[in-house]
Design a protein around this ligand. Structure first.
Ligand SMILES: [Zn+2]
Ligand SMILES: [Zn+2]
Length: 130
């Protein structure tokens, strides 16, 4: 595959950790960045086209934010098929199953969840697998 070269700027600590990780995994820095960007493109790149999407959304927050978060979930109850809720060491973890929802709706849901300032918000689409 043809490759394109371009420079990127990273905070120095991130750059150092990246080098450390590349050395731990015994891959070169370019290869590691390529893998990380590819992963990111699977997670976010599907939003480039309007489609019906199935996937899993993971949300982690500290306890006490649940009511704010559940208000958002309730607003998007037409998009979220089911929710599993777990507790561990002061953290709340939600796994939301989303099936055949409009990709634009999923993007809006993600945006509203991030407004609650959760610790982690990640969507793992499976639309590219079928
Ligand atoms: Zn998708
Ligand atoms: Zn909880």
């Amino acid at each position: 595959m043809r490759k394109r070269r371009f420079g990127i700027s990273l905070p120095s600590q991130v750059a150092e950790e990246l080098d450390e990780l590349a050395s731990t995994l015994e891959v070169n820095r370019s290869k590691l960045i390529e893998e990380m960007v590819s992963q990111g493109m699977v997670e976010r790149g599907h939003l480039l086209r309007e489609h019906r999407c199935t996937g899993v959304l993971m949300v982690v927050t500290t306890k006490g934010r649940e009511s704010e978060l559940y208000r958002v979930y309730n607003e998007f109850r037409g998009v979220i098929k089911s929710i599993a809720h777990f507790h561990s060491k002061g953290l709340c973890m939600d796994v939301l199953f989303i099936e055949e929802a409009e990709s634009s709706e999923i993007a809006s849901l993600e945006k509203e969840i991030r407004k609650v300032r959760v610790s982690v918000e990640r969507y793992f689409p499976v639309c590219h697998l079928s």
